[in-house]
Design a protein around this ligand. Structure first.
Ligand SMILES: [Zn+2]
Length: 60
């Protein structure tokens, strides 16, 4: 059951790759539309991951 974690890692990798390679993000010193889109996906994946982790091993 590592599907959620894989999605999280994939989303983070995609976002970080964009931040490293996107000229517009560097030029404007602010996230471009693509970066915002990728960040939103990453945040959603992270939320799902936290919810899944909490269900499997509650630490709170
Ligand atoms: Zn960008």
């Amino acid at each position: 059951m590592s599907t959620v974690n894989d999605a999280l890692e994939d989303a983070r990798f995609t976002y970080e790759q964009h931040m490293h390679t996107c000229r517009q993000c560097h030029a404007d010193a602010a996230p471009c539309a693509v970066a915002k889109h990728l960040l939103r996906i990453y945040n959603l994946a992270r939320r799902d991951h936290l919810r899944s982790a909490g269900r499997n091993a509650p630490t709170a």
